[in-house]
Design a protein around this ligand. Structure first.
Ligand SMILES: [Zn+2]
Length: 276
């Protein structure tokens, strides 16, 4: 299994290229390049149990965004939730959750290093997206999306560690479902975060349509609009009373909403079964 991106923003394709270049370099550049390479931490991360959080020094343009990620304890809180849900014995060796500057390459999961990477620069990207829709300073929305991204990548980490072998698209959908599950487990506050994550997909889809780059799936992930609709469907399925306003909207038809309870229970049970 290779790099698993979040499918958010414009960096995914760049990321694939960067990974390919890194692989080439690993073969050709020799050990002298490894002095401060992130891969140097792979053995260290494997010796840590559970989900451990670490921050790389930010590139100069990312300092404020790195401070935001750290200050809101987004990764620490996500890791604590994961530790409370994923049985330690199922996880085996640890998974690192790393905040870092990615130069716009996008957050993702690196199976070789068992490392979830959440990008400081995603903070600026998401803030700009929500600001464009009139939300300023959009702190809550940015925190929600970064949290959902961390949980999505944790879903990939679990697929890797548990050897789920679902196939690319099914694994992406399972990772989205894992993110929804982890947020809904937070109760009303988490449901608001999942709404913000769905809104982000909706805004991304609109942005893609505007720039004529296509609103469809840009990689193995489902299309942004499908991802938004499913998140809303899980919200309604999990708690119809609190989320009744989502029904009969552009994304969630009444007809679809009628199936969301069953859909949500299937999602929850599938992950509970995988985690034993
Ligand atoms: Zn993904």
């Amino acid at each position: 299994m290779g790099w698993r991106g979040s499918g958010r923003g414009s960096g995914v394709r760049v990321r694939v290229l960067a990974a390919a270049l890194l692989a080439l370099c690993a073969a050709a550049c020799g050990p002298s390049t490894a002095s401060d390479a992130p891969d140097g931490g792979a053995s260290a991360s494997a010796s840590r149990a559970g989900f451990s959080v670490r921050y790389e020094p930010p590139a100069a343009p990312d300092r404020t965004d790195a401070a935001f990620l750290r200050g809101h304890r987004i990764l620490e809180r996500a890791s604590a939730d994961l530790a409370g849900f994923v049985p330690a014995e199922r996880l085996g060796p640890g998974v690192e959750v790393v905040g870092r500057s990615c130069g716009g390459e996008g957050s993702g999961y690196a199976p070789d290093a068992r490392r979830i990477e959440v990008c400081y620069d995603d903070v600026a990207q998401e803030r700009a997206l929500f600001a464009g829709a009139g939300a300023r300073p959009a702190d809550e929305e940015v925190e929600a999306v970064l949290t959902e991204t961390a949980f999505h990548e944790a879903g990939h980490a679990l697929a890797d560690v548990l050897g789920l072998d679902l196939g690319d698209r099914a694994e992406e959908d399972a990772a989205d479902q894992f993110a929804a599950l982890m947020l809904i487990r937070r109760g009303a506050a988490g449901e608001r975060q999942l709404r913000a994550a769905a809104r982000e997909y909706e805004l991304s889809a609109a942005g893609d349509a505007d720039t004529a780059s296509g609103a469809g799936a840009r990689d193995e992930h489902s299309s942004d609009l499908d991802r938004a609709t499913r998140h809303l469907c899980y919200l309604y399925g999990a708690d119809p009373a609190r989320n009744t306003d989502l029904v009969g909207t552009r994304l969630l038809s009444r007809e679809r909403a009628g199936r969301c309870g069953q859909e949500w229970r299937g999602v929850r049970e599938a992950w509970q079964k995988r985690l034993g």
